[in-house]
Structures are given as structure tokens and as C-alpha cells.
Design a protein around this ligand. Structure first.
Ligand code: BES
Ligand code: MN
Ligand code: ZN
Length: 495
């Protein structure tokens, strides 16, 4: 899918579809009115006939008046007096769903019609690009052609005014890069766990590095992890035929002495729970337990495309959590890379184990900030459902910046407290700490565990268990929180 911005009026671009807005109570939007005139009143006739009342999220397609002419899509925007972001999001989603599978390969959209007073054009362009990009995403790698409805829409033309053009162009380029990154994340997440194993993630990182000059990939295999002393990562992976990997993708967009922002992604390519085996229901979805890692790779894709003047390091800590004769067991005590000992009381709390060694390892980069991204706890879904990531950290400014980036992209995050009192739940009788903190506040105690390995730098943790993928009929990776993270990085360079 390609997106572009133009200052020509809605009826000028060569397009099979034209989308214009309609307010409730039969008020045509600015461009709808213009188009109505050009179409000899056909638009207003249809509206007068009561075919569409303009409720936000409703749409109506008026077929092309003649062969070779364009069809018109009317998009309901709700009542004009409380026209705001919420209605526009609904409208964009409905529009996107209607148009991607139509025969037309180009659509022109009257951006001005859809722009509420309180928002800027950049916001609207981003909302449109994300909505159409989302509706146009398919994962078809393993499906026969007859089985998938093809996306025929290829080109989206955003019609704006002269004054809006510069901002719209910038927003469009940014949103496209974010979309490309998120789609990469979705592809990796949706791929089956017999294909995506730790070495496959390493290969994906190498491939990315091969495509971009400013990117360098480093992969530590099991031998190197042993030499290093990354025993927590090794413990999680020791029950699997596919050994763990620790991967770094270093992007150099700024001077050598500029401290990097480090992203660390949990890459459990399949989480059976290990000896603390998970129940069978929906266990297939534990292929998505590498979505933190996939997010890191998606963000790095976008960073390269945007040529950000920053140093960013994407780290993936990857293992497969399997039950086996060699697997670690409840009661095992390991010495982590940091030197701290951990009593593994539940082998299903494996994410924090692969992360803790990675968090120690990244000290070597002398980071400006470290953000880890992980499908870490089921408790996060209980707390926040499927709307928001949980964000926790040791630096308030960092946490607030991430929240703000989430709001700006509607890829929202919500803060949970990381108070000292919660640390007590991690006490072990036999080691420096246990790897679980009991039922209460499971997302917080998981972050408490991580915090003990992140004391040497500014750090924040995103628990994405509730948002990284959808279950049920629409099962699939969402590509979140790529928008949040790329927005955060753009904010760092004032874009
Ligand atoms: N990957 C899971 C968390 C998860 C479960 C995410 C379901 C999304 C949906 C993680 O490794 C895990 O199993 N966590 C345990 C921790 C517990 C043993 C303390 C959990 O949340 O049950
Ligand atoms: Mn687990
Ligand atoms: Zn897990």
C-alpha cells in the first residue's frame, strides 16, 4: 500500500473511489458539497432519501455514474456540534474496512472533511494511514489463494489544502514508516513456532542489518552465552532442542559518543510453561510470546526508514520454553549474569529470566535509557484488558514520555506503581530472590524482579501481554506497541 499527499481537489486525482464526509442531519462536508455539484446532486439525493444518516462509523457507497468514472464513499461523521477525535477514529476504521477489498486500486480522500477542530492534520493523516494499513494487512504465507479475500487497494491519495500540505507530508512519511515496522512485527508474530525459533529471530536480525548500512547485527549463541555467564537465559532454553540466542542490532544515526537508547524485547518463541506446564486451552497463542522481540525488530525497521539522527540498539533475548528431561525445574537455583541468585519457583515465569540477563548485558552500551518490551504477565490482561500496555519504571520522565507517545498514536500505555513494598513478595528462603511474587499484583512484582537488574540506568518496562495480539475470530498480531515506541523516538529528536 502506498500513501501520498496532494493539494489538488478531491475530484482531480485519477481514482476509482472518492471518500467524503457527511455529518448527521444531512449536512454534507465541505468536499462532499463540491462533489455533489459535480455529480448533479446525486450525493444529496441519496442522503435525502435517507440511505445514510451520517452516524459516525456508517458508510455508503454510491456507484460510479458511468464506466471509467469514480464511485463515491460517504463517511458518517456524527453530529457536527460534537465532532471530535472519537468520531473520526470510528469513521476512519469504517472507511478502511469498506474500501480495501473494492475493485478500485486508488482512493482519494477529502482530508478536510474529516478533520475535527481540536486536532491537527498530522493527527488525521496518521489516523487514516494506520486504519487503512490495519484493514489492508493479511498474513497469507500458508493459505491457498482461494481462501483469502485479496486487498485490491494499492494507492491512497490524501487531498489537503495548501496550508496543510507540509505537515501532512511529514505525518504521512512517519506514519508509513511506522506502518512498515508494525507490519514486520505482525509477520514475525503470526509466523508459526516451528518456523520462528531463536536462531530464526537471529536470522531476521541479520537480514535487516543486511538491508541497512547503519545497522550492525551481533548474535551470541549458546556457547557464547555460557562463556558470558548468562545462566538465566540458558536455564529457560535448556529444555528445548533449539538453543537460546541473545541478539543486538545497533543502529548508528548519531555520533559515536552519543549514548544510545536501548530496546530489549522478550523473545520466547514458544511458551509451554516448561515443567510448570500451561493448560492446553489456547496454548497455540503462546507463539506470540516473542512479540516483544518482534516489536524491537519492527521499530528498528522504522528507525532505518526514517533515518533517525539517534543511536538506537535493539536487543532480542530469545529462548524456547519447553518441558524436557533437561529442562529446569521448580526449586532450581541459578546465578544470573549480574551475580544475583534466583530460585526458580515456577518455570512459567520465564520471561523475566531471559530479560534479567539481557538487562545486565546492555550495561555495556552505557545507555541513555533502556526500555524493555515483553508479553510478561497474564495479570496484565486482568488489570488493563486489551486496551493498554502497562508501563512501569525507575524514571518518571521516561515513563511519562512513553505514556505521551502512546496517547499521540492511540497505542496507549497506563502506568502501574513500582513501590518498594511490592519487592517483599519476591523473597526466597534459599536465594537472593524468587522468580515469582504470588497472585497479588502479578504485573508489578514481575517488574520489581526486572528492576533489580536495571539499577544502573534509566529504565522502563512495557508489559504488552494484553495488546500484542488478538484472540478469537480475528486472531493475529497487532503490531503494537511499534507506534508508541517510534513516536517516542521521534519525540527525542523533536520531530
Ligand atoms: N508469556 C506468559 C504471560 C502471558 C500469558 C501473556 C497469557 C499473555 C497471555 C508468561 O511467561 C507467563 O507465563 N507468566 C505467568 C507468570 C506467573 C507464573 C507468575 C503468568 O502470567 O501466569
Ligand atoms: Mn510463561
Ligand atoms: Zn512467557
Amino acid at each position: 500500500m502506498r500513501f501520498s499527499v496532494t493539494t489538488s481537489p478531491i475530484d482531480k486525482p485519477k481514482a476509482g473511489l472518492r471518500a467524503v464526509g457527511l455529518f448527521q442531519k444531512r449536512k454534507l462536508g465541505l468536499h462532499a458539497a463540491g462533489l455533489d455539484e459535480a455529480l448533479q446532486g446525486r450525493v444529496s439525493d441519496v442522503v435525502k432519501a435517507g440511505e445514510l444518516d451520517g452516524e459516525a462509523g456508517t458508510t455508503l457507497l454510491i456507484p460510479a455514474p458511468a464506466k471509467g468514472a469514480a464511485a463515491t464513499v460517504l463517511v458518517g461523521l456524527g453530529p457536527k456540534k460534537d465532532f471530535a477525535a472519537k468520531a473520526v477514529r470510528k469513521a476512519c476504521k469504517a472507511l478502511a474496512g469498506l474500501v480495501v477489498e473494492r475493485p478500485a486500486n486508488t482512493i482519494a480522500i477529502a482530508v478536510e472533511d474529516l478533520l475535527p477542530l481540536q486536532e491537527n492534520v498530522g493527527w488525521l493523516v496518521q489516523t487514516l494511514v494506520f486504519a487503512i494499513g490495519d484493514a489492508g494487512y493479511r498474513y497469507t504465507e500458508y493459505k491457498g489463494k482461494e481462501d483469502v479475500k485479496p486487498v485490491r487497494l494499492k494507492h491512497v491519495v490524501l487531498c489537503v489544502t495548501e496550508e496543510q500540505a507540509a505537515e501532512a507530508e511529514r505525518a504521512c512519511a512517519e506514519a508509513e514508516a511506522i506502518l512498515a515496522g508494525a507490519n514486520h512485527t505482525r509477520d514475525l508474530g503470526n509466523a508459526p513456532p516451528n518456523v520462528i525459533h531463536p536462531e530464526a529471530l537471529a536470522e531476521a536480525a541479520r537480514e535487516l542489518a543486511g538491508q541497512h548500512k547503519k545497522l550492525k547485527a551481533t548474535v551470541l549463541d549458546e556457547k557464547e552465552l555460557k562463556k558470558l555467564g548468562a545462566n538465566a537465559i540458558l536455564a529457560v532454553g535448556q529444555g528445548s532442542e533449539r538453543p537460546p540466542r541473545l541478539i543486538a542490532l545497533e543502529y548508528s544515526g548519531a555520533g559515536k559518543d552519543e549514548a544510545p537508547i536501548v530496546l530489549v524485547g522478550k523473545g520466547i518463541t514458544f511458551d509451554t510453561g516448561g515443567i510448570s506446564l500451561k493448560p492446553g486451552e489456547a496454548m497455540d497463542e503462546m507463539k506470540y510470546d516473542m512479540c516483544g522481540a518482534a516489536t524491537v525488530l519492527g521499530v528498528m525497521t522504522a528507525v532505518c526508514e526514517l533515518k533517525l539522527p539517534l543511536n538506537v540498539i535493539g536487543v532480542v533475548t530469545s529462548a524456547e520454553n519447553m518441558p524436557d528431561g533437561r529442562a529446569c525445574r521448580p526449586g532450581d537455583i541459578i546465578t544470573t549474569l549480574s551475580g544475583q541468585t534466583v530460585e526458580i519457583l515456577n518455570t512459567d515465569a520465564e520471561g523475566r529470566l531471559v530479560l534479567c540477563d539481557a538487562l545486565t548485558w546492555v550495561e555495556r552500551f552505557k545507555p541513555k535509557a533502556v526500555i524493555d518490551i515483553a508479553t510478561l504477565t497474564g495479570a496484565c490482561i486482568i488489570a488493563l484488558g486489551h486496551q493498554a500496555s502497562a508501563v512501569l519504571g525507575n524514571d518518571d520522565e521516561l515513563v511519562q514520555s512513553l505514556k505521551a507517545a502512546g496517547s499521540a498514536t492511540y497505542d496507549r500505555a497506563w502506568e502501574l506503581p513500582l513501590w518498594d513494598e511490592y519487592q517483599e513478595q519476591l523473597k526466597s528462603n534459599f536465594a537472593d530472590m524468587a522468580n515469582i511474587g504470588g497472585r497479588p499484583a502479578g504485573t508489578i512484582t514481575a517488574a520489581c524482579f526486572l528492576s533489580r537488574f536495571a539499577e544502573k540506568y534509566r529504565w522502563a518496562h512495557l508489559d504488552i501481554a494484553g495488546i500484542a495480539w488478538k484472540s478469537g475470530k480475528e486472531k493475529g498480531a497487532t503490531g503494537r506497541p511499534v507506534p508508541l515506541l517510534v513516536r517516542y523516538l521521534l519525540d527525542q529528536v523533536g520531530r
